[in-house]
Design a protein around this ligand. Structure first.
Ligand code: ZN
Length: 315
């Protein structure tokens, strides 16, 4: 089954199936966690890299009606419209209270969230959705590829049912804001990249909220693939991402788009807004595609990929 194939089953898979980039430091942290905790079930927050990516941070307005309400690396975005709020991603289940509090700190109410969206159904981005849905009463829209994973849930991942399935290219409108769902499968079968337009200072910007293009160390692309068609899905997704107009580059992990550093620069008053970074987006897509092609080549050469070895697709 496709859905079962990418569910984070074993503790090792669950650790690896986090969406972090395969940086050496992360690999070392994962190895350390595995050594520390052995085969016992890992709570989402039991390993050092999960804790590190889930540190509380100050919420802030990114640009226009788009706000950051996530944790240090686990991103969550709030879009404020004249008809209520949209929340993209729910973090770990432990991130949900942070998200709720961040929404309140910005002067909004979690009960005003009308729509819940998800980049992809991994437990570090969807683990908090069930709780956020319960608090807000919002409707959850999900891709057909990932909705079964959301409904299944898992350890550290309370199941959550989508109220409606999305079509590729579908426009989702609340009040004055429209987001478009672009299916960019590979990282998960229904990985969804969202785009919207945001206005600030008399200009309108194209915003891209990337799902993830990371090929996890545990994935296989061609020989005994993680799910049938995964290699073609990644190739398709890189073409989709390359064709998207992008001024403001965001994604499901702040590390994808250098979010912490851009937030620091924004707080320091830098203008133009440092989140306007079309070149950074192009670099991310190019590097991610190169890492994917490297993995394809390694598989055809029979080179084992047992540890995270992709350079982070940033810079
Ligand atoms: Zn992921």
């Amino acid at each position: 089954m496709r859905a079962a194939a990418v569910t984070d089953g074993s503790p090792a898979d669950r650790t690896l199936a986090r969406c972090l980039l395969g940086a050496a430091a992360v690999g070392a942290a994962l190895a350390a966690a595995a050594a520390l905790y052995g085969p016992a079930p890992l709570a989402a927050q039991a390993d050092p890299s999960s804790r590190a990516s889930n540190q509380p941070v100050e919420p802030f307005r990114i640009l226009g009606n788009l706000y950051y309400v996530g944790a240090s690396d686990i991103a969550c975005f709030l879009i404020a419209t004249d008809r209520g709020l949209i929340l993209l991603d729910g973090g770990f289940k432990e991130t949900a209270p942070q998200i709720r509090d961040n929404v309140a700190r910005l002067g909004f109410k979690i009960a005003d969230v009308r729509l819940l969206l998800n980049s992809h159904a991994h437990f570090d981005h969807a683990g908090g959705l069930a709780q956020l849905k319960a608090w807000s009463g919002a409707r959850l829209l999900a891709s057909p590829g990932d909705a079964p994973l959301l409904a299944a849930g898992g350890p550290d991942f309370p199941p959550v049912r989508a109220d409606r399935l999305l079509r590729d290219g579908e426009a989702v409108t609340l009040g004055s804001t429209t987001l478009v769902a672009h299916l960019t499968p590979g990282h998960t079968p229904g990985c969804t990249t969202w785009t919207m337009r945001a206005a600030e200072g008399g200009k309108t910007y194209d915003v891209v909220l990337v799902c993830s293009t990371t090929v996890l160390p545990s994935y296989r692309l061609t020989d005994r693939p993680t799910y049938p068609g995964i290699a073609a899905d990644y190739a398709h997704s890189f073409a989709v991402l390359a064709a998207l107009p992008c001024d403001v580059f965001l994604g499901s992990h702040a590390s994808f788009y250098d979010g912490a550093e851009k937030a620091r620069r924004l707080r320091a008053g830098e203008r133009p807004n440092p989140f306007v970074d079309p070149q950074g987006y192009r670099r991310y897509v190019a590097r991610a595609e190169a890492a994917y092609r490297e993995r394809l080549a390694a598989e055809s050469a029979g080179t084992p990929v047992s540890t995270p070895r992709q350079p982070p697709p940033r810079r």
